[in-house]
Design a protein around this ligand. Structure first.
Ligand code: SF4
Length: 318
């Protein structure tokens, strides 16, 4: 008889690692799907670590790379026009989940899986893991009854695979809330190594939102490298964006990214000093002045430059 087959949304974090184990315990055939998101996400942004775990468990890992076309543009559209609002920053968690579920639904059909599994735990994240939001994301992605959350399943309505006897509900769990005691106990039982939860998604960081909004509002045809620039250097805007490297490592990263972005660039060759990327050639003199000022630790020249900035009316993008 054919084994039931599940597609597991795999973030790399402990919860989705446990979801893999719980399905293997029920002798269910598994494939996993990992979303590489432009702003990070899930618990583990280290792809090697995700891949290692999948290989150790002998499960196939399918990667949806949302840092590249066509998913990148679709994901930016989710950020720009979220139907269900955002969390405390610019994070559109419900729309983001729906986006991932819709792609997973197509993938589930392609690999002939019977249902989808996630490591979601009720009440763990306020924005998207409350019971009513789990139901909403399921309905909006056209997957009603087809998403099994084995860690919290006993607290949720019976799913189609449970009703069909593909999964034994008695072996599923009833975990809820933000504390992780139950998961850590299970990790010991299964001897699972796992990454510590990190901030993960830049969209949740309040300090990141103004920079991203500035980019989304003022630039067209945004590339993933534009997003990567947001995490580097000091950002200013005059006729266009001006970005100044803060140290040697950032200078080198700016040079590499600019090979793709092809903006104007100033590189200090004969003495230490920042690399500067500037989008608009009208800002060339300003960029030269900035490079001169930021090449020294002279506080007086920085102060003069601060006055100059204000007189010139150009803004610091936080
Ligand atoms: S935190 Fe929210 S927006 Fe970020 S990856 Fe997770 S669900 Fe998506």
């Amino acid at each position: 008889m054919k084994k039931p087959k599940a597609l597991i949304l795999f973030s790399g974090g402990l919860d989705s690692r446990l979801a893999v184990k719980l399905m293997q315990d029920q002798d269910i055939e598994i494939e996993t799907i990992f979303f590489k998101l432009p702003f990070g996400g899930g618990c583990c942004n280290n792809f090697e670590c995700v891949l290692n775990y999948a290989q150790m468990q002998g499960v196939k890992l399918n990667v949806i790379d949302c840092t590249k076309s066509p998913y990148f543009e679709k994901y930016l559209d989710v950020i720009t026009n979220p139907k269900f609002g955002t969390g405390t920053s610019i994070n559109p968690c419900k729309d983001c989940k729906i986006f991932m579920f819709k792609i997973s639904k197509e993938f589930m059909k392609k690999i002939k899986a019977d249902f989808i599994v996630t490591g979601e735990v009720i009440g763990q994240r306020p924005m998207s893991q409350l019971k009513r939001y789990l139901a909403l994301t399921e309905k909006e992605s056209g997957l009603e009854g087809l998403i099994l959350r084995p860690l919290s399943a006993k607290l949720l309505p019976e799913t189609i695979p449970e009703k069909q006897g593909l999964v034994d509900r008695n072996k599923l769990l009833a975990i809820e809330g933000r504390h992780r005691k139950a998961q850590i106990t299970l990790a010991k039982k299964y001897n699972i190594k796992y990454p510590l939860p990190t901030g993960g998604c830049l969209l949740c960081e309040k300090s990141y939102a103004p920079k991203l909004k500035d980019l989304l509002n003022k630039n067209n045809g945004i590339k993933h490298e534009d997003i990567q620039l947001l995490s580097l250097g000091r950002h200013f805007r005059k006729s266009g964006k001006i970005i100044i490297g803060k140290n040697e490592s950032q200078n080198n990263q700016l040079i590499e990214l600019n090979k793709i972005l092809n903006h104007n660039i100033l590189i200090k060759k004969d003495s230490p000093g920042p690399t500067i990327i500037f989008e608009n050639i009208k800002d060339k003199d300003l960029a030269n002045k900035m490079q001169e000022v930021f090449s020294t630790n002279n506080l007086e020249s920085r102060k003069q430059f601060d006055k100059y900035k204000i007189n010139q009316g150009f803004a610091f993008c936080p």
